[in-house]
Design a protein around this ligand. Sequence first.
Ligand code: BMA
Length: 340
Amino acid sequence: MNTITVAGQAIPSMPWQAKPTQAQGPVWRYSENPVVPRNPAPGISRVFNSAVVPWEDGFIGVFRAEYVNGRPFLHLGYSADALQWKIDESPIPMVDGEGKDYPPLYAYDPRLVKIEDTYYIIWCTDFHGAALGLASTQDFKTFRRLENPFLPFNRNGVLFPRKHRGRFLLLSRPSDSGHTPFGDIFLSESPDLVYWGRHRHVMSKGGQGWWQTLKIGGGPAPIETSEGWLLIYHGVTQTCNGYVYSMGGAILDLDEPSRVLYRSQNFLLTPEMAYETQGFVDNVIFPCATLVDAPSGRIAIYYGAADTYVGLAFAQADELISYIKATSEVVGDDPDLGRP
Ligand code: BMA
């Protein structure tokens, strides 16, 4: 009997394919991947690591668009079916609190989440080094930048989809100025999206799973379920040919989300297909968004592939959660509150 329930809205029109019989593990790829190919709009050479949400009669997304000069910015994309995307040719116009233009110097790895009646974009921006940028919109026309949550260096921010005890929750991975030779996931909270504190350690890299020995980072916004917050994340290992980015899964306590209840020691998806193993950066799977149909528990996972494409994968919430529990290995003080 299915006793695992998922919070949130029904999205019956979201993409879905049944699990192929030969699929291994609880996550399987969309057969027509990638969903965003190379050169998807004039001046844009690659789109990857991007986030989508339901919007009006269809879907809208914030896409990491790498220009023909190699610099990344955020562009909106529109779709009726969340599979065929039309990417805007101009970047998202950001303004400050007074309505004046306030464009980021660069922008990458966006996450997009709706909290109450507002959509928030969090991304990696420049602030004397890589830092988290934050902006809000209610209509996908006006995008107001808010204060950057943290000092540099921090490139990986993920907001929870609802307030917890009246506060916004943010997962992030503080780092150094380089390509992060270390990295655990931390949790911070804020009453107003300006002041952040009560920092807690959530998850360590490492454990038996060698695929996540170098660093880990949050992926899509956590999904609220009866078993806890389902967190899809990325883990990185270092090989003699460079880094390999895979997808992992964990379940955080609903009341105390800095506690890890379960965490699969196995990756959920690792680079295998040509669009994941060959691209601008080979061997990267970087999940940034999900669409979740709460009544059926269907999950569509959008991930960047090889820093070149947007890929799509599917999972069924109860199967995924059961797998994470069955293969769980919590690492170090993962199960603790993570207080300083
Ligand atoms: C990370 C980020 C991601 C990128 C990944 C692999 O540090 O910069 O944007 O997908 O590296 O290159």
